[in-house]
Structures are given as structure tokens and as C-alpha cells.
Design a protein around this ligand. Structure first.
Ligand SMILES: [Zn+2]
Length: 247
């Protein structure tokens, strides 16, 4: 009987862990981890589409830049199958321009476009090699990408999953191991307080006019407020550190 109850309780815990976002550290430790992250100096963030960075990690990238890091953003696809609310003749080029405008607002040092087809990013050696080349060229000490193994339900984009998996492999296979932080994760253990750059984040997200029509979009910062509130924290971008930044 008791064994049965324990088994059932264990099952419930497992279901809860699988379905819900669940922090694995205390809020204080999550914030300390976010502060430690700021000692990185050569950052490469790898995303699938224009506006991914602005939605999930632009506050952190901006803060890293202000803390003295070189910040390079790699955008795998131009997102040419997304909405075209500005009626652009060439949506791929329009979205690159929007990404550059957003990057200027958040202070990225460089943006690299890999020009992969939208909704067809696949896990292959070619993508691995391209990402490895960037990481080696930049001598990255911090790599940030999607959590390709535990994407946050219900939204699961195959490009995000594929890219996250390849970028993770590329980072972990390097001889000189960079720190690796995953976003869009169900198991965050790092929180970066983005309060001081929240207004810039809203402006940068709104720069993706072809996707949102250019209205003032607070969506990503609302999500950051909700994420922070969940753990008793200020508005925060959350990450799962696979390998922590060394201070
Ligand atoms: Zn995306």
C-alpha cells in the first residue's frame, strides 16, 4: 500500500517535471549565476530566425556588451516564410535589415546570416561546420543557443530544435571548451535581471516590423516579468547552464 502511494507520488512528480518549467536552483543562486555570466568576454549567440534573439535573449546580450564582451549573433535562417506585414518584395532581405536595426538598439557587435532555408533547418555536418568555424574564429568563451532537447511546450519549432542540437554539439566538441547556456528551456538554473534594458528590448522586438506590424510590442518583456515573478525575481531572461562561465 505505502509502496503504491510512493510510486504514485513519484509518477506525479515525474509528470510535473516533464510538463512544467521547473527551476533547479534557488532564486538567489539563479541570480548569482546571471551575474557570473557577465564575466564572459567573447560571446556567440546562435538563433534560428530574425527576432528569436530579441524575444528570448536580447536583454542578456545587451548587458554582456555593456559589461565589455564582444557579442556576435548568428542567425541561421532569414525567416522568409514568416508573415510579411510590410509587404516587402524580398522578405529575406527585409528581415535581415530588421535584425540589423534590432542589433543596433541592443548593441550587438556583429550579426552573421547563414541563409539556411526557413522551416528547413536540419541537423547536418554542414551546419555543424559553419557554427564550429564561427566559434573558432571568435574564440568564444560563451555560447548561447536554444535548448534543443527540452524545448518548452507547447511551442516547438523544428528549426529551433535542430539548431539548438547542432549548436550544442559544436560547442561541446571544441578543444577549448566555451561555457554553454541554453534558453527556451524547461529547466532554468540561471536568471539575468533585464530591468535596466527592458525598454530597449521592447524597441528592438518592435523593429521586426514585418512580423508584428511595428506596433509597440511588450510581449517578450511581459514574458520576462512573468518568468521573474514565478521565482520571486525581477523581470528576467532564464537559461540552463550546461557549462558555467568561469570567473
Ligand atoms: Zn524562431
Amino acid at each position: 500500500m505505502i509502496a503504491g502511494i510512493l510510486l504514485f507520488a513519484g509518477f506525479l512528480l515525474l509528470v510535473r517535471a516533464e510538463l512544467g518549467t521547473r527551476a533547479t536552483e534557488t532564486p538567489t543562486d539563479m541570480m548569482a549565476g546571471g551575474e557570473a555570466m557577465m564575466s564572459a568576454r567573447r560571446v556567440v549567440a546562435v538563433v534560428a530566425h530574425p527576432d528569436d534573439a530579441e524575444y528570448w535573449i536580447s536583454g542578456t546580450l545587451s548587458l554582456l556588451g555593456k559589461a565589455g564582451a564582444r557579442v556576435v549573433l548568428v542567425v541561421a535562417s532569414n525567416g522568409e516564410k514568416g508573415p510579411n506585414k510590410v509587404g516587402a518584395d524580398n522578405l529575406a532581405l527585409a528581415r535581415q535589415e530588421e535584425q540589423r536595426a534590432a542589433g543596433r538598439i541592443m548593441g550587438y557587435d556583429e550579426i552573421l546570416f547563414l541563409d539556411l532555408p526557413d522551416r528547413s533547418v536540419v541537423q547536418d555536418r554542414d551546419l555543424n561546420r559553419k557554427l564550429t568555424d564561427v566559434l573558432l574564429r571568435e574564440n568564444a568563451d560563451l555560447v548561447i543557443t536554444f535548448d534543443g532537447f527540452k524545448p518548452q511546450m507547447p511551442y516547438l519549432h523544428p528549426d529551433h530544435e535542430a539548431l539548438g542540437r547542432v549548436a550544442r554539439s559544436a560547442a561541446l566538441e571544441l578543444a577549448t571548451k566555451p561555457a554553454l547556456y541554453l534558453f527556451h528551456t524547461r529547466r532554468p538554473n540561471i536568471a539575468v535581471d533585464i530591468s535596466s534594458v527592458a525598454d530597449a528590448k521592447i524597441a528592438a522586438f518592435a523593429a521586426h516590423r514585418s512580423q508584428h506590424g511595428g506596433d509597440s510590442r511588450e510581449g517578450p518583456v511581459k514574458a520576462n516579468r512573468a518568468a521573474g515573478a514565478r521565482y520571486g525575481l525581477p523581470p528576467a531572461e532564464l537559461f540552463r547552464a550546461v557549462r558555467q562561465v568561469m570567473q
